[in-house]
Design a protein around this ligand. Structure first.
Ligand code: SAM
Length: 279
């Protein structure tokens, strides 16, 4: 709940983070998502996907398997497979039938042998403990409130193998940047207007802008990952217009906080402060 929010605002926020509502938004967006996100971000989303993959420091990618959470249409896969050609398999998880179908039908048939799909709410999916060498997610955090982010952090800690790597990136509020008012104007006013005109009255991408501005940045999620015993590094991209968290699950032998199976809803404590860099 947002501190100081009126009850009606809180109810509205709760609705905003209801997985059924989120699924409907992305089902409606799926047809135009790729073009709209590329054009309206002026190409930055592609750059940030690439940077997220670069943050995923896989020491031995040959045959590695892992998850792309909130995978959408699989826009990050070309970057991932180019950067780590030896990757054995990616399992994509997404709640939206529309995004999922889009990925299956149009984009990635030639990579089909290396990609599996799970169409589900990630927080309800039964991903096996210690089943992943890596977990990756691009622009998949903003539709989770703080409580959901905490559960997601537990899931990441649970599914990673000891020594496994993770990287998440999300569009963020560039607090302190002198051009922030212009950026927010673009997000909150220009994009919804473009959408209404180009997509004949639709307001779904406007919703994505609303999620972005409420999200803040990825540090809250990073803190949750630390609470589950993961080594976490924070990074800022283009003056904080995107933020990322990346790192690793400690090896079993290392003497850090518990992070294995069973801690998804546990109460682990922080162990590591990440650094901060601009890129
Ligand atoms: C902004 S899109 C990002 C898609 C893609 N990763 C990219 O780089 O463009 C967010 C995706 O998260 C998915 N999503 C949102 N909430 C989810 C949940 N609880 N479980 C699984 N997927 C979810 C949406 O369906 C949508 O496809």
């Amino acid at each position: 709940m947002t501190e100081g929010a009126r009850p009606d605002e809180t109810a509205e926020e709760d609705g905003l983070y209801d997985p059924h509502f989120v699924k409907d938004v992305f089902d409606r967006c799926s047809g135009t998502y790729i073009a709209f996100s590329y054009l309206c971000s002026l190409g930055f989303t592609e750059r940030w996907r690439r940077q997220c993959v670069e943050l995923l420091d896989l020491p031995d990618a040959d045959g590695a398997t892992g998850y792309d959470l909130m995978a959408g249409t699989g826009e990050v896969w070309p970057h991932l497979l180019r950067h780590h050609p030896g990757i054995g398999a990616i399992t994509a998880v997404d709640i939206s039938t529309g995004m999922h179908k889009r990925a299956l039908d149009r984009l990635h048939r030639h990579r089909a042998h290396r990609i599996a799909f799970i169409e589900d709410d990630v927080l309800k999916s039964a991903l096996a403990p210690e089943s992943a060498d890596f977990v990756l997610s691009t622009f998949g955090l903003k539709t989770f409130n703080a409580n959901q982010q905490a559960r997601l952090a537990g899931l990441v800690a649970e599914v990673l193998k000891p020594g496994g790597r993770f990287a998440f990136i999300e569009a963020s509020d560039p607090g302190g940047w002198w051009l922030r008012p212009l950026y927010l104007f673009h997000l909150k006013r220009v994009l919804p207007l473009v959408e209404r005109v180009v997509l004949r009255g639709a307001q779904d991408f406007a919703m994505i802008g609303a999620y972005c501005t409420r999200f803040g940045d990825a540090r809250t999620f990073g803190d949750q990952l630390r609470r589950h015993g993961l080594d976490v590094r924070d990074s800022r991209h283009f003056f904080g217009c995107a933020t990322a968290v990346s790192g690793r699950k400690p090896d079993r032998a290392s003497n850090l906080q518990p992070s294995g199976p069973g801690c998804r809803d546990g109460d682990p404590s922080p162990n590591h402060q990440g650094d901060d860099r601009n890129a």
